[in-house]
Design a binder for this molecule. Structure first.
Ligand SMILES: C[S@@+](CC[C@H](N)C(=O)[O-])C[C@H]1O[C@@H](n2cnc3c(N)ncnc32)[C@H](O)[C@@H]1O
Length: 296
């Protein structure tokens, strides 16, 4: 069949079969995401357009995208965007691909009745990457001031672009914590919540990650030091100085190396109250939350 009469449904089917042969995860969904992005339509709208003939240019772009995905590049980088909760982010190799578990972390914070009751909360996203958590907080708490922190200038640049695309630049300050003292920026104000999905993979395990992650996603977003908890501990310690009484902390961590228990104990030692672990959608203990005492 000549290229000009390839239909959308034929192309998606062929791409899915190719991905399956190459061992790509979720081959059909991956093919659909790629086609939807190239056609500028929603994935759910593809079925209704199945008999549409694809132009040679689109077919060529599809082939290029298929080769990149098959070579191990994350789909999210190939298509350059990904949904996080109810909004769409630009995604590229400057920052980690937002994971579905992190949508759950965001859900824990935005579901907090205490935070919801505040008039002008100050919220921090520590290790912002693409900006997914900071942007979610700014959207969910329209009167909040948000600080988005990272040590990667690349990640901060991407997060700023995402904030600008979503019209949130005026409520989020993007700061490089390696160069900026957060307490100075706050100028005496206290923070009402810190949300963080920091690098938490033990260094020795980073090289054993799947190729797709290791070769394409930034190492600084993954490597959490010898036991994976270097940045987690640093965030908790900073939190004791930055959080207001009853200020809250929400952490994502490695569900497989006992970090939930270790970080819960650490938070309790630091004087936090209401220390709780939370399970992700696979049932694994992936999140810890805690609150500063009211009297401090
Ligand atoms: C696991 S990624 C998470 C990114 C984003 N929050 C998300 O959930 O997709 C961790 C991020 O923390 C940043 N990071 C690493 N060490 C840090 C540190 N000491 N302080 C602040 N951010 C750090 C990395 O550059 C990376 O963007």
């Amino acid at each position: 069949m000549p290229d000009e009469v390839r239909t959308l449904s034929w192309t998606v089917g062929a791409a899915a079969a190719y991905f399956e042969r190459c061992g790509v995860d979720s081959p059909r969904a991956t093919a659909e995401h790629l086609a939807a992005r190239l056609l500028g339509v929603r994935r759910g709208d593809l079925a209704a357009r199945g008999e549409e003939a694809l132009r040679p240019k689109v077919l060529e772009a599809m082939r290029r995208g298929m080769r990149r995905v098959a070579s191990g590049e994350p789909l999210q980088y190939v298509i350059g965007q990904w949904d996080f909760r109810d909004f769409t982010l630009r995604t590229d190799r400057r920052a980690l691909v937002p994971r579905p578990e992190t949508e759950q972390l965001a859900g824990l914070a935005v579901g907090s009745p205490r935070l919801r009751s505040l008039e002008r909360p100050i919220l921090v996203d520590w290790g912002t990457g693409s900006g997914c958590l900071a942007l979610c907080l700014a959207r969910e708490f329209p009167s909040a001031r948000v600080l988005a922190l990272d040590i990667s200038e690349d990640a901060l640049a991407l997060a700023r672009e995402n904030a600008s695309a979503l019209g949130l630049s005026d409520r989020i300050a993007f700061l490089n914590v390696a160069e900026t003292d957060v307490s100075e920026v706050l100028d005496g104000a206290s923070v009402h919540a810190i949300v963080s999905n920091p690098p938490y993979i033990p260094s020795a395990q980073v090289d054993r990650l799947e190729r797709k992650v290791l070769e394409h996603e930034p190492r600084v977003a993954l490597d959490g030091g010898p036991d994976g908890m270097d940045v987690l501990r640093a965030v908790c310690e900073e939190a004791t100085m930055l959080l207001a009484p009853e200020g809250e902390i929400y952490l994502e961590l490695d569900a497989e190396s006992g970090q939930a228990r270790a970080m819960s104990a650490h938070l309790a030692e630091l004087g936090f109250e209401e220390v709780r672990t939370h399970r992700d959608f696979t049932g694994a203990e992936r999140f810890v939350s805690a609150m500063m005492p009211s009297g401090i």
